[in-house]
Design a binder for this molecule. Sequence first.
Ligand SMILES: *Cc1c(COP(=O)(O)O)cnc(C)c1O
Length: 450
Amino acid sequence: MDALRALPSVHQLLEEEPATTLIAAHGRPLVRFAVQRVLEEERRRAATNTSHARWARVEATIQGLRRSRLRPVVNATGVILHTNLGRAPLAAAAADATAGIAGRYSTLEFDPLTGRRGRRHDLLGELLRYLTGAEATAVVNNCAAAVLLMLTALAKGKEVIVARGELVEIGGGFRMPEVMRLSGARMVEVGTTNRTRAEDYAAAVTPKTVAIMKVHASNFQVVGFTESVELKPLAAIARQHQLLLLHDLGSGALLDTTAFGLAAEPRIQDSLLADVDLVASSADKLLGGPQAGLLFGRADLVERVMKHPLARAVRVDKLTIAALAATLDLYLTQSFGDVPIWTMLSTSLDSVRSRAQAWQSRLAELGVAVELAAAESTVGGGSLPGERLPTTVVVITPRQGGATDLLRRLREHEPPVIGRIVEERVLLDPRTVLPDEDDVVVDAVAGALS
Ligand SMILES: *Cc1c(COP(=O)(O)O)cnc(C)c1O
């Protein structure tokens, strides 16, 4: 008790020498807050720190608040579109474009030729129309927002027909039935989990039906006794009954994935060619851009959707538009080698293997023995489900402590290196590690095993 009574006051502490240095570096209010918090701790624990320990706690408290939470990590998981690690890494041109706009005023909603107000979601219109052949396009916050917006603006209070097998959860709680409910559209389910036929859709049409919704199975596969209706016949049914055909495509490829030796993933253009009225897709999946949602389709529908008040709530920021424009410019000039995810998707097994070998020999020079093994990389992030890319991984056998401990040590490296565990060993896949990150991986592995 006596010790506690002897606790200095905040005011006294702020007069001490260490406070002066901290205040110069971090500002007075933050230092005062940290001092208060440390004194409260001491009071709660009924134990006083030495002066030295107390100032160390104060500094740690300050550092804890100032440490950047959003930090770069090295993705050695082999999952190319890793949702928890930020999905698509941007192309260098896109990152530069963002930096060029961030600290300045811009033409976000202003046309410098006329001096009049413009519309931000129109800025990329010409580019997106050229790349996809769409009549009209719009950009919003993400694909979930695009889907919610199109259902709210076009189908609120009406019926929308969806196949039971497509009532999917995309991840992070984005479930199609819940999005429908939120939009105010009434969902009419047809077919069974594994089979839905054209007749099922036609039989479900009532005078209240406004649309048929097709949801792309972007993160799962149905195998075995299955049947579903393709976009073309769905479009025919929609035309016949004067309904809209809406497509939640999600993955958003502009390129033909089979040309890269991958399974076929439907492109945005394919939906439009199949006569879909409105397609929604993400910009940070197979497009390889920033997080955004893209809408493509009939001009009158895009206009209606973007005039809905909800459009304002899900609009994109200037940084997104800058990054997206620069990403799309790479498609415009067919510079796919500059889009990181397409480089990762198309890296040959030979070149992944030589990179793994290079890591192995550099580690050997440091006295660290690792093995190489054949494994598989995945696409992830709601694109190309089930697709596996042959790869070569570096396999690290933990010395003392288990694989979980080794994985943690790699995460504690600055920047963190993220791997995966298979059979009590840690695997690092070079496919998803960016070209300038080799040194980091070697350093992290050597450090984690020391
Ligand atoms: C990924 C995905 C979404 C959600 O996209 P976000 O851009 O993450 O909001 C919606 N629908 C489908 C089919 C998807 O694959």
